[in-house]
Design a protein around this ligand. Sequence first.
Ligand code: CP
Length: 302
Amino acid sequence: MLGLQGISAQELEAILEDAARYKRDVIGQSIKKSTLLRGKAFVNLFFEPSTRTRTSFELAGKYLGADVINVQGEVSSIAKGETLYDTARNIEAMGVDLLVVRHGASGVPAELKRYVKIPVVNAGDGAHEHPTQGLLDLMTVWERHKSWKDVHLVIVGDILHSRVARSDLWGFLAMGARVSLVAPPLWMPDWIDEGVTMTSDLLSALKTADVIQVLRIQKERWSMVGMPSPEEYRSRWGLTLASAACLPENAIILHPGPQNRGVEIDSEVVAHAASRILDQVENGVAVRMAVLTRLMEGHYEG
Ligand code: CP
């Protein structure tokens, strides 16, 4: 699970069906315990801060009976000069069954996979992909629509640097949804597939959106030459109550977190009736249960 680019609709559907069963049969129970991964162990190896991804991988593993170890990159032996590859191979040598990796550089999880035999899950790598975020976004939309053909996903924000945008794009396109990307011209990439709409006009895109995914603006971007100020960004590309009013009646609002309230999204919008932001977080545990069992060969019949 290194990325969603190239994944089939059939594989995505199978993961989402597993996730829905885990949500109902394990997470939805008063005692959230399964023995599917009893005797298995995995390591969360994180080189960047995380609240949602790291915690939900840990919870997913524990709900399934696996042993879960968290390793923070900065306080591992990497700080003493050990290479990332040696770290991964040493973790594997301890009998660990799977490695979950978050890193600030694109391609690190895929590169590490070349050095170890165990499965590697990409928990977000630089500006490349965040596949389990893409899966939880798919699950949140699927719970609402149950059909992909007529779904129009609009993603607004720093498309150029966003791993969430990439994983969402590949996942939703694989399912047959329509995708529009909205960004200031400086943040619009040139690698986009044919058939994907690109625009800087948020209000027009919102008028036909079934789903609006609002991306977090990373603080370091404000220093880019030609960037709008945070105030200008909010007025043109932020989701405020005024811009959210352009959405069709049944549209839903997503944000992968963490949020910069008052910049890309206003507090009133986070709390809006159309907001499914906490559903995304809830579904993150279920999709990670599905990914872990599929990769560690836990067979779940449901
Ligand atoms: N969405 C997401 O990746 O959040 P965290 O950085 O808290 O894991």
